[in-house]
Design a protein around this ligand. Sequence first.
Ligand SMILES: [Zn+2]
Length: 236
Amino acid sequence: MTVNLHVHRPLHDNETGLYSMSVADDAVLPSFKEPLQAQRSEPARSNARLSVGLHPWHVASADLDVALRRIEEAMPVADAVGECGLDLFVLKGLADREKLLEKQLAAFRAQLRIARAFSKPVILHVVRAADLVLAIREEFPEQTWIVHGFRGAADIASRLFEAGLYLSFGPALLGGKDTATEEAFRAAPADRIFLETDDCEIDIDDLYERAAALRHISKEAMKQITEANFHRIFVS
Ligand SMILES: [Zn+2]
């Protein structure tokens, strides 16, 4: 089994990880339990897991009360809350930026409270908001937080690690252009990292190959690292 931490499609046969769904997506929602139940009924895919949340991109147009109720309803079959979090990039240049940021903050905190009530880990979407997330971390110091699709410099990554967070790295490691993220990945402690394809049509194995090369270890050793981390949070 290869850990693919965060995807927006059912997991492949050789993968274990979280199928992430947004409660704002009405096309997906009425049947959000079915993909997981179908996956779990197949022995080969019994490691399939589900995360349910309100993505910060959907906060502006969402009815927050409805969204939060849907997340709570999903908790009995979900393994994590998310992705949720803060995205300051999408607010750039908007006239009602302050109001929308308040709404993102309210949605994020409400989802963290749900995670606390149901003792679930949280998958975070964080774009240009590391400082805000670290400030909010002080209100929820006991939770397991995994920042998905991390992109950024090693100093930001190390501040997130110091606060106890996990970081999941994605397609940014491919292509050889995002040297800051590559550097952050190389310096990251092995017991705090994941790999993910997110919504990209790439092969998770190619990502492992690249990640292993960056850390000068074998692909097998890279797989053991994320498997141990996944097991610690979601299995044991
Ligand atoms: Zn995603």
